[in-house]
Ligand binder design. Structure first.
Ligand SMILES: Nc1ncnc2c1ncn2[C@@H]1O[C@H](COP(=O)(O)OP(=O)(O)OP(=O)(O)O)[C@@H](O)[C@H]1O
Ligand SMILES: [Mg+2]
Length: 433
């Protein structure tokens, strides 16, 4: 019997896990790459070996559709963020019963249109303007009485916190805006528009989901901790400090899940994995963004350690005909992903110090990506923060993972960094979301 085929557009980052997982589950995988070669930031996470074949295609063309049609795909999915729009369009052509609402395609990718789409359904959103015209930002700030307030300036379409800049009120936004507009982002695309938003304050969560047959099943919920780094005249950036997986029914999660499901409906997400980032503020949850794709940065692997399952497993079972899926999950073990954060800026000296992390009772995995002599501490986005490395702590007892988390931050205090340097950080293995 021939294997059923799944098409994955931009099978990088966790899209590679998606391809490998579906392949192991007995599917044949056809890749579509929206740029040739793949963007630099994804090269390390692109493994052509997990694909049965792949094509290049930036947009829907009769030729691409007809080639993919010949493979009789059972589903078309995005592997990584740049593939979201094309995956949606191809799914509408090739597997319309398993496709997101075509008219809302831009709301699933462009952060300004996303906010508009969510607000149009009466849901709470962050006050946002998306434009290429700084005059418009000035007028919007006046209209919203946001002049002088803390703001976030970011490209309308990007990943990995690339260009996401926190600025104080007043006029600082203008420098960040000018730096971004028209610039080439880390995905190799030009920033056609820039988003300026009020900066919301709260605790940040991610709700990962798998949508099928009109239901949004929650596969895992995690709490993000981030720190502000790279303070400069143009503003600062928030980078990952740790990610904690939570029980599905943890206090407060009900509100996050209800809001997320409303957001997914508002964005026309009808099939497949999605990754929604929220800020829980004093007034309740508010959307940072939804990725109409699997969570990046290897998060499905950590979710599997925590829950025994993930969106890839659910998708594979659904495509094999299992329609009786649970809409929540059971947290089996406590999992914390801890990102290494060298304490100051300069050349790192004693990276062997990190090896002590391996001895911690809950340490499941340690990746140290820095070597003695590397420049550290000027990171301004996720690409850089992931470059240092991370530890995955896994244990039945949450008290143990918390104790080991605290221990890692102590171990890190012994890291020595020589002097200051204005050289850029050498990025090595960043795998953005
Ligand atoms: N308006 C805002 N108010 C407060 N924090 C924000 C705001 N916008 C973004 N952030 C913070 O910056 C982070 C990155 O922003 P965003 O998710 O929009 O960019 P991204 O490039 O998609 O990043 P990633 O790939 O890490 O998700 C968010 O996860 C959040 O911590
Ligand atoms: Mg994000």
């Amino acid at each position: 019997m021939t294997k059923p085929t799944v098409v994955i557009v931009d099978p990088y980052s966790s899209g590679n896990l998606l391809a490998a997982g579906l392949r192991a589950a007995g599917f044949s995988i056809v890749g579509v790459l929206t740029s040739n070669p793949p963007p630099e930031v994804y090269r390390a996470s692109f493994f052509p070996d997990v694909l049965d074949e792949y094509f290049f295609g930036e947009t829907v063309t009769p030729d691409l559709v007809s080639r993919l049609h010949e493979t009789t795909p059972v589903a078309v999915l995005a592997g990584a963020e740049p593939g979201v729009e094309l995956a949606d369009l191809l799914a509408a052509e090739l597997t319309p019963h398993l496709a997101n609402t075509p008219a809302l395609g831009s709301a699933r990718r462009h952060k300004g249109h996303m906010v508009e789409g969510v607000a149009a359904q009466g849901l709470r959103t962050i006050r946002t303007v998306a434009t290429d015209d700084p005059e418009e930002v000035g007028k919007w700030l006046d209209r919203e009485s946001l002049t002088g307030c803390d703001l976030v300036v970011k490209p309308a379409k990007s990943v990995g916190a690339d260009g996401v800049t926190f600025v104080r009120g007043g006029t600082e936004w203008r420098r960040a805006f000018d730096d971004l507009i028209g610039a080439t982002n880390r995905l190799g695309a030009r920033n056609e528009q820039v988003v300026v938003q009020e900066r919301v304050v709260g605790v940040e969560y991610v709700v990962n989901t798998f949508t099928f047959d009109g239901e949004h099943a929650v596969t895992d919920i995690a709490c993000y901790r981030k720190v502000l780094r790279g303070e400069s005249a143009a503003g600062s950036a928030a980078i990952y400090e740790s990610v904690r997986f939570l029980p599905c029914a943890a206090p407060g999660n009900e509100t996050l899940v209800a809001y997320t499901r409303d957001v997914l409906d508002a964005l026309g997400i009808r099939f497949g994995p999605a990754h929604t980032e929220l800020m829980l503020t004093e007034d309740g949850p508010v959307l940072i963004e939804t990725g109409a794709r699997i969570a990046g940065g290897g998060m499905p692997e950590s979710a599997r350690l925590a829950t025994g399952d993930n969106a890839i497993g659910r998708l594979a079972r659904y495509l094999r005909g299992d329609r009786r899926q649970r809409l929540d999950y059971h947290l089996r073990r406590s999992v914390i992903v801890v990102f290494l954060l060298p304490p100051s800026r300069g050349r790192i000296r004693n990276t062997r110090t990190y090896e002590a992390i391996r001895e911690l009772p809950s340490c499941d995995l340690l990746h140290v990506n820095v070597r003695d002599g590397d420049l550290v501490g000027a990171e301004s986005n996720l690409f850089a923060s992931l470059d240092y490395g991370f530890a995955v702590l896994v244990h039945d007892d949450p008290a143990q993972t918390e104790a080991d988390y605290a221990r890692i931050r102590c171990i890190e205090k012994a890291i020595e960094v020589d002097g200051d340097s204005s050289d850029p950080v050498i990025g090595r293995r960043g795998d953005p979301g």
